[in-house]
Design a protein around this ligand. Structure first.
Ligand SMILES: C[S@@+](CC[C@H](N)C(=O)[O-])C[C@H]1O[C@@H](n2cnc3c(N)ncnc32)[C@H](O)[C@@H]1O
Length: 279
């Protein structure tokens, strides 16, 4: 069964407009393969039926989340691109504290934007908790973690992972922040409640005009997300991030991502780390 040009165009323009994800004709075979499973799951006969369903009110409610999973990549890891966490602790946090102080009555706010199944915000939560414990005056912080996919957010909120996923986490941190499940036939770990309570999860689509975030952020991690967007969409997203970033705040992007050439008030301070101008 093939995905006819008309149906592919309906889907690809919807995916681009709603998610910002480019879906050129070269992706048609990939999309056909992945959607075949959704056809079977919905007991539909053709891709045209699938399109009619997914664009219907019922489909928007029931099927959109699956279409999202088909087109997005949720790959993530604990301590992915570990150099970022070192730079956060060694350079970024000391700079923020030096310039803004502690005990100002407010918490530093860190955003994991495009958090997938939660490994990134929980890594941040471990790293920042360790940092806070080492500071004589502590380090008050809160973490916001958002994604467009309700499926990955459910996994993230639960905070339960197969033991095979925790390899990048140092032994000392595992002992402190992970609880082992009792079922040895299905070895799993759970993030301790104290760490989970430091992270607030929410659904947010980067294509929305307004993000509905009230307080400004000190640090944004948006890694391995913009790679799926075309350049105008990337630039528009950076403009929105700048609105929410405190002057002097930092933005981290993935190691294969760059903001070069974008008209935004960000200065590069390391290969994938940017800082918002102070005024
Ligand atoms: C590859 S994961 C990156 C996870 C994590 N930041 C990391 O680097 O390991 C990309 C995430 O971006 C999310 N995403 C894609 N398009 C989005 C959009 N328009 N709005 C919000 N999140 C989006 C996907 O659902 C996915 O979970």
């Amino acid at each position: 069964m093939t995905l006819a040009t008309k149906d592919f165009q309906r889907l690809s323009s919807f995916i681009y407009n709603e998610l910002g994800i480019k879906m050129p004709d070269s992706k048609r075979t990939m999309l056909t393969g992945r959607l075949a499973k959704r056809l079977r799951a919905n007991e539909l006969e053709s891709f045209t039926d699938y399109c009619d369903f997914v664009f219907s009110p019922e489909g928007q409610e029931r099927e959109l989340v699956h279409l999202l999973d088909v087109v997005t990549t949720n790959k993530t890891d604990f301590f992915r691109e570990p150099v970022h966490y070192e730079q956060l602790v060694q350079k970024v946090l000391p700079t923020l504290i030096r310039e803004n102080g502690l005990n100002t009555g407010r918490k530093y706010r860190i955003w994991s934007a495009g958090c997938s199944t939660g490994e990134e915000p929980y890594t941040l939560s471990m790293v920042l908790s360790e940092y806070a414990a080492r500071q004589p005056a502590g380090f008050p912080f809160e973490i916001l973690a958002t994604d467009i996919s309700t499926r990955v957010l459910d996994v993230a909120r639960r905070g339960v992972y197969p033991e095979t996923r925790i390899e990048p986490i140092a032994q000392g941190l595992r002992r402190k922040y992970l609880l082992r499940g009792k079922d040895r036939s299905n070895p799993e770990v759970r993030i301790v409640p104290e760490l989970r309570s430091l992270v607030k999860f929410g659904r947010l689509n980067f294509m929305d005009r307004e993000f509905g975030l009230n307080d400004p952020l000190d640090v944004i991690f948006c890694r391995n997300v913009i790679i799926y967007f075309d350049k105008p969409t990337q630039e528009q997203l950076m403009v929105k991030f700048c609105r929410h970033l405190r002057p002097g705040g930092f933005l981290f992007v993935g190691h294969s991502e760059s903001l070069q050439g974008y008209d935004v008030p960000l200065v590069q301070v390391a290969p994938t780390i940017y800082r918002k101008a102070k005024s």
